[in-house]
Design a protein around this ligand. Structure first.
Ligand code: NDP
Length: 478
């Protein structure tokens, strides 16, 4: 075979990744369960580079240069297993199967283990950037063996997005499922970012009384500052868009039900297992679910709320500036939580993930790309064992400077009856971390009362239990 890489699964993502490889000078073997898709790709884009279309598994494998690199871009879950089972028997030790789908990292760990026994490198790769990213340069998060990265890495670096300083947005994240894990948390952070932006919009609309056009303008302005990011940029575009059918602001004709595919939910499920408080991401996932509960929402329409208190123009402008502070502070908290989860996953699964390079490869290509990520990279590069992003001096200073406005926004939202689960959860997290004493002391005492779960003391070593049902004396339990 002559192809340096083969792609099977040629729907939007696979097709565009194949074209990206070809446009970067690689010979790409093509395969898809339904052959029509393969033919269509060659007919429409065959002149973009060197493609080897194939119509059977055997033909596909034969088209690949050895050791073979076979990339799967099919639906995650059972279809991916089916495709692996179709191809693995045709491969030889040293070959690589690369899964670029949105696999659950536990599946990736299982597949890697099974294929390793057969001498095949299984490389789970997180790909972010959607259809456009796949074609013009995504952010790529490869797991798998370091050995596989030796040969695959340079190819991924060629097709990946380039950060503003020119470095490719890909790096070997760590063994087995590390890449898919980091991609999962990327998506969780994406959910949180989107929710925070939505809350900012809601406040500007309901409290400041801004029109969608005016909010678009506000976001465009924010996008020239520290909030500079792809998501803020597209938010301005969406808000400025007018529905061609009705002439109304587009955002007003879209049904207010946010759907989800599941990676945000996975992030929260895994965070619960790891014991990592990702409250901002969790609120974002719950906000989407809540929006979909139409019956519940309709049944609640008549519940009382506060009387709206419209702001005059000067107050509205002041409030908008406060919302920018609240949005930025809450965003710092989301990333603090997300990076905490990556560190916890890395520790649990022995992945040895470098947090600075994760931030670095998110600077371009992916959905959460933002100027802000360069600062996160700097923070972790300066101190790899930084306990939390909030322990970084600069972030701590910024969030400290934002806190008064942040509190004012959350208080105003509560007073005016605008739900801000993201802003509020982020602020609660911040205050909980700051607190010298948490009411967890009371919680633990209650646990000792009803379940003899014991407690530790602030003044002595050891575990203790109070004889709550008896004379309430204290006994040491070890
Ligand atoms: P889809 O997830 O819609 O998957 C369609 C592809 O899967 C088709 O090529 C289809 O073949 C193939 N397929 C489905 N079931 C089987 C099966 N049992 N056996 C063989 N082939 C099968 O395509 P996308 O391009 O949207 O996504 C591909 C992967 O990339 C997914 O895992 C997705 O989660 C992930 N991803 C998607 C992003 C996006 O923005 N869309 C972003 C990042 C990752 P056929 O043509 O024969 O039906």
């Amino acid at each position: 075979g002559t192809a340096q890489i083969g792609v099977t699964g040629l729907a939007v993502m696979g097709r565009n990744l194949a074209r990206n490889f070809a446009r970067n000078g690689y010979t790409v073997a093509l395969h898809n369960r339904t052959n029509a898709r393969t033919r269509e790709l060659v007919e429409s884009f065959g002149d973009e580079g060197s493609f080897v279309p194939t119509e059977s598994a055997e033909e596909f494998v034969a088209a690949l240069e050895r050791p073979r690199r076979l990339m799967i871009m099919v639906k995650a879950g059972a279809p991916t297993d089916a495709v692996i089972e179709e191809f693995a028997p045709l491969l030889e030790p040293g070959d690589q199967i690369i899964d670029g789908g949105n696999a659950h990292f536990e599946d990736t760990r299982r597949r890697e283990r099974e294929l390793r026994e057969r001498g095949i490198h299984f490389v789970g790769v997180g790909v972010s950037g959607g259809e456009e990213g796949a074609l013009h340069g995504p952010s790529i998060m490869p797991g798998g063996s370091p050995e596989s990265y030796d040969t695959l890495g340079p190819m991924l670096e060629r097709i990946a997005a380039k950060a503003p300083d020119g470095t490719p947005c890909t790096t070997h994240i760590g063994p087995d499922g590390a890449g898919h894990f980091v991609k999962m948390v990327h998506n969780g952070i994406e959910y949180a970012d989107m929710q925070l932006i939505a809350e900012a919009y809601h406040l500007l609309r309901s409290v400041a009384g801004y029109s969608p056009e005016k909010i678009a303008e506000t976001f465009r302005e924010w996008n020239t500052g520290r909030l500079d990011s792809y998501l803020i940029e597209i938010t301005a575009e969406v808000l400025a868009h007018t529905d061609p059918v009705t002439g109304k602001p587009f955002v007003d004709v879209v049904a207010d039900r946010a759907e989800q595919k599941g990676t945000g939910r996975w992030t929260v499920q895994i965070a619960l297992d790891l014991g990592v408080p990702v409250s901002g991401i969790a609120e974002a996932v719950f906000a989407r679910s809540l929006s979909g509960h139409i019956d519940l929402r309709e049944a609640s329409q008549s519940l009382p709320g506060p009387t709206p208190q419209p702001l005059d123009e000067a107050d509205a402008a002041r409030f908008a500036a406060q919302v920018e502070q609240a949005l930025y502070a809450s965003k710092i908290v989301s990333y603090t939580q997300g990076f905490h989860q990556i560190r916890a996953g890395g520790d649990t699964y022995d992945w040895n993930i470098d947090l600075g390079s994760v931030a670095a490869i998110w600077r371009a290509g992916c959905i959460i790309r933002a100027a802000f990520l360069d600062r996160i990279r700097t923070a972790f590069d300066a101190r790899a064992d930084l306990p939390s992003l909030l322990s970084d001096k600069q972030f701590a200073e910024e969030i400290g400077a934002a806190q008064d406005d942040w509190r004012a926004v959350v208080a105003t939202a509560a007073r005016q009856g605008v739900p801000t689960p993201g802003f509020s959860a982020a602020l609660a997290y911040y205050d909980a971390l700051r607190a010298r004493r948490l009411p967890a002391a009371l919680t633990q005492a209650q646990r000792d009362f009803f379940g003899a779960h014991t407690y530790r003391r602030t003044d002595r070593e050891g575990s203790f239990h109070t004889l709550w049902g008896g004379d309430r004396s204290e006994v040491g339990t070890g």
